[in-house]
Design a protein around this ligand. Structure first.
Ligand SMILES: [Zn+2]
Length: 279
């Protein structure tokens, strides 16, 4: 099997870095990994995860064959997107700012509507031969990594230009990436940024996990005395503001969940901001 890979990059004012869509030629057939921001021309589209920058192209096209997991299909929903923003903002006591998220979450209305224009397949019944999807949760719960030939497409589980990738579940992420590293492939393709080899991915991942573990440890120390999540946010990310503060808050909620799963803290979600303390 020969797989040729072409990258198509799209920029958008809401994105700090161009988003990649990969156009694969597998023995003469066209397969896109993710939809990017514009209409993919023909072929089969395989979606790594629901985030709008990887799916908006579906709303710019008609009659595509699209493969995605049932969880991705469910997640393309403006109400659900808004709810997950609200949860993060309530966790850190900024629930009243949820309305500001509308420009980011409203894209899902358009994408959801467009799903009716296409033939949707699950990843198991995907008609793209030569492509294998493996569950890869971490950056988002629905995330899949796609293997084709000696290539692996990692979506937003690999963003080599930064170490501050957002994770909804650091523990799931660690498991996913160790599984990916154990598989047989030569080149890893990120959702944003440039591809790399196995050593590049392993080196980047070590730095990311070191950083995440340091954050988790810092939150565990604060939780030792009991702290509300708003105070924890500002102590751990001093001087951070705006959209970056929201991304920090999203990570913080993931760290709290990780500590909770380890049984070392208790999270009181009954009020806003949440309070994290000893179990
Ligand atoms: Zn993403």
């Amino acid at each position: 099997m020969t797989v040729e890979v072409l990258v198509e990059k799209f920029t958008h004012p809401l994105l700090p870095e161009a988003v990649n869509r990969y156009r694969l030629n597998i023995n003469g057939a066209t397969v896109f990994i993710d939809a990017g921001l514009e209409a993919p021309q023909g072929g089969v589209v395989v979606v790594t995860h629901y985030h709008w920058d990887h799916t908006l192209g579906l709303a710019r096209a008609r009659g595509l064959r699209v493969c995605m997991s049932p969880e991705t299909l469910k997640s393309i929903d403006p109400g659900r997107a808004m709810d997950s923003v609200k949860t993060v903002l309530e966790a850190v006591g900024y629930g009243d700012l949820a309305e500001h998220a509308r420009p980011y979450t409203s894209q899902y209305g358009e994408i959801k509507e467009a799903l009716a224009w296409h033939d949707i397949y699950t990843l198991d019944e995907c008609p793209a031969l030569g492509v294998e999807a493996i569950p890869c949760p971490g950056h988002s719960g629905d995330h899949h990594c796609i293997l084709a030939g000696g290539h692996v497409f990692l979506g937003d589980n690999y963003v080599p230009y930064t170490l501050s990738t957002t994770l909804t579940s650091p523990m799931d992420y660690m498991g996913s990436m160790h599984r990916v590293l154990s598989l047989d492939w030569d080149k890893a393709y990120p959702g944003h940024g440039d591809p790399g080899g196995k050593a590049d991915l392993a080196g980047w991942l070590t730095k990311v996990l070191e950083r995440k573990m340091a954050r988790i440890a810092a939150l565990a120390r604060l939780a030792g005395e009991g702290v509300d999540m708003r105070t924890a946010l500002h102590r751990m990310y001093p001087g951070v503001e705006g959209a970056t503060l929201f991304l920090a808050a999203r990570n913080l909620v993931g760290y709290a969940r990780a500590l909770e799963e380890l049984g070392v803290v208790r999270v009181d979600r009954g009020r806003s901001p949440w309070v994290i303390g000893p179990p």
